[in-house]
Design a protein around this ligand. Structure first.
Ligand SMILES: NC(=O)c1ccc[n+]([C@@H]2O[C@H](COP(=O)([O-])OP(=O)(O)OC[C@H]3O[C@@H](n4cnc5c(N)ncnc54)[C@H](O)[C@@H]3O)[C@@H](O)[C@H]2O)c1
Ligand SMILES: CC(C)[C@H](C(=O)O)[C@@H](O)C(=O)O
Ligand SMILES: [Mg+2]
Length: 361
């Protein structure tokens, strides 16, 4: 097959982890006889520096000419909250997701077989295994609601962010979750704050309607604060966790740490048409950028998700996942997953080891 892939390297560790993921992608493509063409797309702080805005004109259109998008990470203190919105990298990422219609963000959090010792939870909890799929609504809610900031008469400045959801937005993400549960262990946990928020009460009503349509899927409501606690108490209880945008953003970072490191967890953002966007769940990690310390596995596993969800190529995805597991099983660790005093390898060496394994499997 021929694949055309948009590459958004981004900022901080973004280019470092994307380089290793592209190396693995090329190795897999060669092994399975695919041709890959790359289109570089500028987005984020690097775009602000180059052209004055983080989301240059025509970015989404360029991505739409491709079969999938691979993104490293964007952001950094240089383009912080004090900058105008059009210069901030995060504005660009949200706009791209919206313009590509990527409403479903799949964030699998699984404790890889060789990583049980990196799980910070009790041994019996780690031994039970962790394999959950967080399904985060990605183009609605408070990250996209109207914002406002104004002077009050007696309380200084005031700011507001609107959280809004329509039934249609909730239903389409809910269906994704139920369909995924059918392919997994058949359980959906819907996370909301229905004891306080009107958006959550609407969310819960729609989810209950869907649950009646999927009687073969076990369904439960979980309040978000309880979910945050359950994720560290007993993450093995979860299969598919579906939730709104902000809760999913926060809970997926939390879920990553119970599997060892945020440097391990990939994601797929998909809509109803091509292209899907694949990116690690972590950010640009300015504290370790340019030091060959970043773990490239989250981005490499995002390539596996690209093969699985955009190209329907399970064999290629399996090859990448097996190569990652084999390298971890041999004890190779980047600094984020190394035990204190244990020798770690750098970003580039981890990428090389995984490419080598892809060729051997
Ligand atoms: N999708 C994205 O592009 C994305 C996601 C999250 C945050 N961000 C942005 O990234 C910037 C930094 O955010 P932050 O520091 O809060 O979160 P972060 O995820 O960048 O980093 C949090 C911590 O995790 C570590 N870490 C992250 N990825 C790692 C990896 N691959 N290997 C080893 N360690 C890793 C970092 O060193 C840091 O200590 C901000 O501008 C934020 O908006 C972007
Ligand atoms: C950078 C930010 C806009 C982004 C988000 O909140 O979606 C990030 O935290 C993520 O998890 O991908
Ligand atoms: Mg996040």
């Amino acid at each position: 097959m021929n694949y055309k892939i948009a590459l958004i390297r981004g900022d901080g560790i973004g280019p470092e982890v994307v380089d290793e993921a592209v190396g693995v992608l090329n190795t897999v493509a060669e092994k399975f006889g695919h041709q890959v063409e790359y289109v570089d797309v500028l987005l984020g702080g690097c775009a602000t520096d180059a052209v004055g805005k983080s989301y240059p004109d025509g970015t989404a259109e360029r991505c739409k000419t491709c079969d999938a998008v691979l993104l490293g990470a964007v952001g950094g203190p240089k383009w912080g909250a004090d900058k105008p919105a059009e210069q901030r990298p995060e504005t660009a990422l949200l706009a791209l997701r919206k313009d590509l219609g990527l409403y479903a963000n799949l964030r699998p959090a699984s404790l890889r077989p060789a990583m049980t010792d990196a799980c910070p939870l009790k041994k019996e909890t780690a031994d039970k295994g962790i394999d959950l799929m967080m399904v985060r609504e990605l183009t609605g809610g408070i990250y996209f609601g109207k914002r406002n900031k104004y002077q009050t008469e007696d309380r200084g400045m005031e700011a507001t962010d609107l959280m809004a959801y329509s039934e249609q937005e909730i239903e389409r993400i809910g269906r994704r979750a139920f369909e995924l549960a059918r392919l997994r262990r058949g359980k959906v946990s819907s996370v909301d704050k229905a004891n306080v928020l009107e958006t959550s009460r609407l969310w819960r009503n729609v989810m209950h309607r869907l649950a009646a349509e999927y009687p073969d899927v076990q369904y439960e409501d979980v309040l978000v604060d309880n979910c945050a606690m359950q994720l560290v108490r007993d993450p093995g209880q979860f299969d598919v966790v579906v939730t709104e945008n902000m809760f999913g953003d926060i809970l997926s970072d939390e879920a990553s740490m119970v599997t060892g490191s945020i440097g391990l967890l990939p994601s797929a953002s998909i809509g109803d048409g091509a292209p899907g966007l694949y990116e690690p769940i972590h950010g640009s990690a300015p504290d370790i950028a340019g030091q060959d310390k970043a773990n490239p596995i989250a981005t490499i596993l995002s390539v596996a998700m690209m093969f699985r969800y955009s190209f329907q190529r399970a064999a290629e995805a399996d090859a990448i996942e097996r190569a990652v597991d084999a390298v971890l099983a041999e004890g190779w660790r980047t600094p984020d997953i190394a035990k204190p005093g244990e020798k770690a390898v750098g970003t580039r060496e981890m990428g090389r080891l995984i490419r080598e394994k892809v060729n051997m499997i």
